[in-house]
Unconditional design. Sequence first.
Length: 279
Amino acid sequence: MDRKEIREFLMTHRARRSPEEAGFPHEADRRVPGLRRGEAAQLAGVSVEYYGRLERGELVTASESVLEGLARALALTAPERDHLFHLAGRPAPPAPAELRWGPSQGLRWTLDSMTESAALVGNGRTDLLAWNDLGGALMGDMIAAAGGRPNFSRYLFQEPGARDFYTDWDEVARVNVAQLRTELGRDPKSPGLRALIDELRASSSAFRELWQGQDVWRHDSGIKHYRHATVGELTLHFTGLDVVGHPSVQLTVLTAEPGTESAARLRQLRDGVSPVATP
């Protein structure tokens, strides 16, 4: 370990963390930028004395949970979290699915440039993270019902309208549960993923029955069937594209076969529905 590198990394990121964003009150006479050492320790769930030792470079004995606590306390991005584990002399485990992810400016421009297809960015926990205008028009009811970050699993099993929207709801539900099972295998320690699964098991008998099936699934390509409230039934072909450097994040592109009724209806949806902005 390079203790100087560890010390500078932790101190730099502690100085960058806004106390107000971390939930601490604004203080006009605050003498240091960012968090105080005691505030960072509180957020990480360790004692001030132990945090001081970590910041002096003693990462080699820190447990995985302590390193994850440090990453949360300092609001590290996924690459920064991985670097923290590497500084501690160990490989970084898969980042939790709930680690805040947002599309880069380049990816936003890519989404905006796709005007003939619906584009959706999601993760293995089935959160909908970003979309283009046509994707927002396609999934408008789910986005509106969410109230926060949209999630396909919650929509499928908790919103009655999902059974009308998906004309093959039984198959979509089976695949959705299999996707969650696959993600649990990839990231078994994710508290957010386990909380979602527990929530759905408690709220939906259909989910409980499907969960017992032990199915897994890879989201690569296929056909999806919808009954949209504005334009009617749509048959769309989808292709899943992994976002490099972001485990479990994937761009799904949905398009209609040229010359079909679905293609005409997809154009109607594009031209007639106001865009729903990505948060």
